[in-house]
Ligand binder design. Structure first.
Ligand SMILES: Cc1cc2nc3c(=O)[nH]c(=O)nc-3n(C[C@H](O)[C@H](O)[C@H](O)COP(=O)(O)OP(=O)(O)OC[C@H]3O[C@@H](n4cnc5c(N)ncnc54)[C@H](O)[C@@H]3O)c2cc1C
Length: 362
């Protein structure tokens, strides 16, 4: 059996950037992807027709770390088609349907175990994103609430509710509004967030603003909290969202809420991240953050190596922050914005580090 210089877990932008760099530097590699397509994570999470932005995070400068992976405001379908054409043309080695189960350290290399096979590698890059959805945290059953927008047209003729205060939610609000507006449907798209402030990038805000100016019927619900999942007298699954609460002097409270059929609710309330997977693989994580709000974050060297020599972690899997360990052992929390730019840049740097170590070992 071949021993690869590097086995890459996940065929998203981060994993693909690793493969392209590995090929360029003459390292043997294979990508293992659990889905049925390259960019499966993006296919699963972006709403249909969403524009893909080449956003560069604050503090970073152009150019994009790999121009072949740079989005150019095209739709997600066009972006994925462009990436597929690239993968085919350059014969990038990807094994689809391979779901990582375990990584076992052997004497000189690693055994990477998937549901079906195992692979041997000197190095492993974990580029598997952060795809475990956060629980809605409502009382009752809310299982039929969608986590992504499959087909915006399914919501024509009915009020829709999008939960979440970030870019993903904003994208879905804009996509829904556009489809309704184009179909002359004036039923609203409600956008609810449990906080007062929404947090979106400039490009996303611009598209959303354009949608509002063009006549999109978007209604904002700040401080709105999903409370209970229930079935009404007609047997329709509904989600009750608390939108206002007034305190009375005698300890009573007045609550106002809105109830939406769950089939028209889309929850973009984030993902839990892969901390349990990192723990299972025995990778060091540390609790960091403000007192009372500490979170477990993976510990990495400046070259994205984990506490196990030869295992690296990059991209969305290490967002929104990780802990950098310096040579003298000091730890420092490092913000890590979840963007294609960041994942691609990490992938390039991790492979350069692997190639450098290989050269210095030989
Ligand atoms: C709705 C939405 C809109 C966004 N819009 C933009 C945008 O316009 N511009 C931008 O720059 N960023 C955007 N982002 C963020 C961007 O998509 C991510 O930063 C980027 O996809 C991260 O790349 P990645 O390779 O680290 O992870 P992913 O893209 O998540 O890829 C991980 C891959 O690993 C696979 N995988 C997972 N587990 C396993 C396993 N156990 N074994 C094998 N394979 C596995 C997954 O199937 C997936 O294909 C958006 C994100 C969302 C959710």
């Amino acid at each position: 059996m071949d021993i690869y210089d590097v086995v890459i877990i996940g065929a998203g932008p981060g994993g693909l950037a690793c493969a392209i760099k590995a090929k360029e530097l003459g390292l043997s590699y294979v990508i293992l992807e659990k889905g049925t397509s390259v960019f499966q994570g993006i296919i699963d999470s972006y709403p249909m027709g969403k524009k893909v932005y080449p956003t560069i995070p604050k503090g970073e400068t152009p150019p994009f770390p790999d121009e072949d992976l740079e989005p150019s405001h095209e739709s997600v379908e066009e972006y994925v088609a462009k990436i597929n054409a690239y993968v085919e043309k350059h014969k990038i080695a990807i094994q689809l349907g391979e779901d990582l189960q375990d990584i076992v350290k052997e004497e000189k290399d690693f055994r990477v175990v998937t549901g079906q096979n195992y692979y041997r590698a000197s190095n492993v890059v974990l580029a598997f994103g952060r795809n475990i959805p956060v629980d809605l945290g409502v009382y009752g059953d809310a299982k039929t609430v969608a986590r992504r927008l499959d087909n915006p047209a399914d919501h024509i003729g009915a009020s829709a509710l999008v939960l979440g205060g970030g870019n993903s939610a904003a994208d879905i609000v804009a996509a829904l509004s556009k489809v309704k507006r184009t179909a002359d449907d004036d039923t609203p798209v409600y956008w609810a967030h449990r906080r007062e402030q929404f947090k979106v990038d400039k490009e996303v805000a611009r598209d959303l603003g354009e949608e509002i100016l063009l006549g999109g019927n978007i209604r904002i619900l700040q401080g709105a909290i999903p409370v209970i999942g229930d079935v009404d007298k007609d047997g329709v699954d509904r989600l009750l969202v608390g939108v206002r609460s007034v305190d009375y002097d005698d300890g009573m409270k007045l609550h106002e809420g809105m109830s939406f059929p769950m089939k028209h609710v889309i929850a973009c309330v984030g993902t839990r991240g892969p901390a349990p997977v990192f723990a299972r693989l025995g990778l060091r994580q540390e609790m960091v953050g403000k007192a009372g709000k500490e979170t477990k974050r993976i510990v990495l060297t400046p070259g994205f190596q984990t506490s196990i020599e030869g295992i690296y972690a990059i991209g969305a899997a290490i967002s929104p922050a990780y802990v950098v360990i310096q040579e003298d052992g000091t730890l420092e929390r490092q913000k890590h914005v979840d963007l294609i730019f960041t994942a691609v840049r990490d992938g390039v740097q991790a492979i350069e580090e692997i190639a450098r170590r290989k050269r210095s070992a030989s």
